[in-house]
Design a protein around this ligand. Structure first.
Ligand code: NAD
Length: 266
């Protein structure tokens, strides 16, 4: 059966631009109220103004927050629940591509995602008085295949998949009432993709940029809106937990299949 998104409350990290921005709009078009969480204050506030005109000012909330800061993220979840009364959907989407400052990449992409999942469970688990819900962690095709010019980004995205599949199994065994899935888009036309061309982001791997550009030519580049349909499918399809959805230009939306020996034992 399919979940109705009308009246649901969602929190989206990295919602001020790129893929997150497109997801925010997609959820609001389906009738959800959305808190967008981002470090980019100007972009976040500007977007909130646009959303106010379109959907009404009570439908969204912008919260300035760095997902690597434990207390800020905790406060952002709390403010969202205070404002909208409940929480049903968490999209852990904020991410960066920086091989030079690789610890920051792990902090944002992996630690931020883990913390966002824990906080989502805190508010949504039926055992805690929540109504159940869905957590979606943004991985990448770099979470499935090694990418030569982004070893740490690759590690963070592999980590997201492992963490999400394991905690989805925990949710199943522990009957949290929360489904937890990952989504792995191929190349998407956002500012993040431009970082490939920046030495300050890529460090020593900058020299391999022709290699990744050849991969872009081979796999194609999506617009952020193509990721939104996948997100909606993962939210609405009640049967999916621990799913690893891939989105490529050539194959569209499809799923990574794991053999029975790689399925969690229940
Ligand atoms: P983007 O740079 O356009 O947007 C990322 C957003 O996250 C920005 O609004 C930024 O301000 C915010 N952000 C960054 N660090 C933050 C922090 N510490 N706290 C709060 N917000 C923070 O990038 P995007 O392409 O839209 O990326 C979104 C997600 O999609 C990332 O997790 C990325 O790894 C993933 N992804 C991107 C691609 C791609 O090709 N662009 C492909 C697959 C997966």
């Amino acid at each position: 059966s399919r979940i109705q998104m009308e009246g649901k409350v969602a929190l989206v990290t990295g919602g001020a631009q790129g893929i997150g921005k497109a997801i925010v709009r997609g959820l609001m078009e389906k009738g959800a109220s959305v808190a967008l969480i981002d470090i980019a204050v100007e972009k976040g506030e500007e977007y909130k103004n646009v959303l106010d005109k379109e959907f009404g000012s009570d439908k969204s909330l912008f919260i300035k927050c760095d997902v690597t800061k434990k207390d800020q993220l905790k406060d952002a979840f709390q403010k969202t629940v205070e404002r909208f009364g409940k929480l049903h959907i968490v999209i852990n989407n904020a991410g960066i591509n920086n091989e030079k400052n690789w610890e920051k990449t792990i902090n944002v992409n992996l630690t931020g995602m883990i913390r966002g999942t824990h906080l989502g469970l805190k508010y949504m688990r039926t055992q805690n008085g929540g109504e159940g819900g869905l957590i979606l962690n943004m991985s990448s095709l770099a979470g499935i295949m090694p990418v030569a010019h982004q070893p740490v980004y690759t590690a963070s995205k592999f980590g997201i998949i492992g963490f999400t599949r394991a905690i989805a199994a925990a949710s199943d065994v522990g009957q949290y009432g929360v489904r937890i899935n990952t989504i792995c888009p191929g190349f998407v036309n956002t500012d993040l993709l431009q970082t490939i061309d920046k030495e300050e982001n890529m460090g020593e791997y900058f020299q391999y940029r022709d290699n990744i550009k050849a991969m872009m030519d081979q796999y194609g580049i999506h617009e952020p809106t193509s990721v939104v349909q996948g997100v909606i499918d993962l939210i609405e399809n009640e049967n999916l937990n621990g799913a690893v959805m891939k989105i490529t230009v050539s194959a569209g939306i499809h799923y990574e299949e794991y053999g029975p020996q790689y399925q969690p034992k229940m």
